[in-house]
Design a protein around this ligand. Structure first.
Ligand SMILES: [Zn+2]
Length: 431
């Protein structure tokens, strides 16, 4: 049977019809979890990994057969902190609302070409963009959108210029910058904002849970929002069977967020040992990023306030990574690249290899991130992925080189990703 993807009644030319089954022979399998390679063969049928075997597999009639040439087969990569729509160059920021999702298409393609078959958008990208990718209209990874990030007035999502009035206090739209951010104050508004994002198709909710670097008016030490407001967002999310991720740096902010039901902390660079222990005891995830904090200072247009705040949080980075290792805190792979920095994506692999083994970094970028994505419960419409396992979605990469020995091969996906498969569809092949 030949499957043709349709969008708006038109066959999408870029997605040629492909065989429903693909047999990949003669590979060494990194399953996403174990730090060893298993020689074998993998059969994909109807988008799913149907058989993994050490002995040769008989391909069903009509299968496409690929000789893996003893290459490493890995699950597709996952990034837990992406802002697809946050890459408008600073000199075009006036046209932000028009351009944000135009640039997002370019960023999405870059992610897929770099081997990323799924991402969690950590706020700002409209959930309908995720559906446009699912339909085949746009090429990119599967997107788990958080919708607009939810911020209190004067919080880390309050990107108004200094003299701009608060839109919600004037009775206008609460959404700013084309739905990137929603300014809300009070329990009712937090409930409404979270529910609005869920209505659009958000799979989890992002709140700004403390001071941030790129916003001008909120000190890093500030606590955002109140406990009752955090609980409101968590209530709305958990009523849909999903969870809240929250931006935060300090111990005080992280403790307040955990105490009020937040399950995933973004960044966390300034926490102390006791708080790290508390994170572990509560089975909370810390999704943190290495490269962006080192490169952000080179971004044009940063104010002195931004630079001072950046310096303050960067000082905590080494300590945080040591705490994650010491307490074995759940983490994944995430980048938080913004404003056109997305070409730095694959540097995150090598930056992490200074602290973790290549196998640990690869597990972060596959099975560990996938576990975090699955916290969205029934809002995950895509099944299980992130590991090479029978019955799981066939997101897979064939890699030139030995990534478990030298992860820097992933810095050059153009040459070193010989095959990219997303949901059983071959989106790139050099074979
Ligand atoms: Zn972010």
């Amino acid at each position: 049977m030949i499957r043709i993807l349709l969008f708006a009644g038109l066959a999408c030319a870029s997605l040629a019809a492909q065989a429903d089954s693909v047999l990949i022979q003669n590979v060494r399998i990194f399953n996403g979890v174990d730090a060893r390679l298993m020689p074998g063969h993998v059969l994909v049928e109807d988008g799913v990994i149907s058989k993994i075997a050490g002995d040769p597999i008989d391909a069903p009639e009509g299968s496409r057969i690929i000789d893996g040439g003893n290459r490493v087969l890995s699950p597709g990569f996952i990034d837990l902190h992406v802002h697809l729509s946050g890459h408008v160059p600073s000199d075009q920021i006036d046209a932000y609302s028009t351009l944000s999702h135009v640039y997002a298409t370019k960023v999405a393609k870059h992610y897929l070409d770099s081997g990323f078959t799924s991402i969690r958008d950590a706020g700002g990208t409209h959930p309908h963009f995720a559906r446009a990718i699912d339909s085949g209209a746009i090429e990119g990874p599967r997107v788990f959108p958080s919708g607009a990030y939810i911020s209190q007035t004067a919080g880390h999502g309050d990107f108004r210029f200094g003299d701009q009035p608060n839109p919600s206090l004037q009775g206008g739209s609460h959404y700013l910058y084309n739905g990137t951010s929603v300014l809300v104050d009070g329990v009712d508004q937090h409930l409404a904002a979270a529910r609005e994002n869920l209505r659009f198709g958000a799979t989890q909710i992002k709140i700004m849970g403390g001071g941030g670097v790129m916003s001008e008016f909120d000190p890093i030490h500030s606590l955002q929002p109140s406990p009752a407001e955090i609980r409101a967002a968590v209530q709305a999310a958990s009523d849909w069977g999903t969870y809240v991720l929250a931006h935060a740096y300090t111990s005080d902010a992280v403790r307040r967020l955990i105490d009020n039901g937040v399950k995933c902390i973004e960044h966390g660079l300034l926490i102390d040992d006791a708080t790290a222990k508390y994170v572990k005891q509560n089975d909370v995830v810390i999704s943190t990023q290495v490269v962006v904090y080192r490169e952000l200072k080179n971004l044009p247009g940063l104010t002195q306030t931004n630079l001072d705040k950046l310096e303050a949080v960067l000082e905590g980075q080494e300590n945080l990574i040591a705490l994650i290792r010491k307490h074995n805190i759940r983490t994944g792979f995430s980048t938080d690249l913004i404003s056109g920095m997305y070409p730095l994506l694959t540097q995150e692999f090598t930056a992490r290899a200074a602290y973790w083994t290549p196998a640990e970094v690869l597990a972060q970028a596959t099975s560990e991130s996938a576990k975090v994505i699955r916290m969205a419960g029934k809002l995950n419409r895509h099944g299980n992925f992130g590991e090479i396992r029978e019955g799981w979605v066939a997101d897979m990469l064939l890699i030139n080189g030995e990534p478990l020995e030298d992860i820097s091969v992933l810095r050059d996906p153009g040459n070193n990703l010989a095959l990219i498969m997303k949901g059983g569809q071959i989106v790139k092949s050099l074979l």
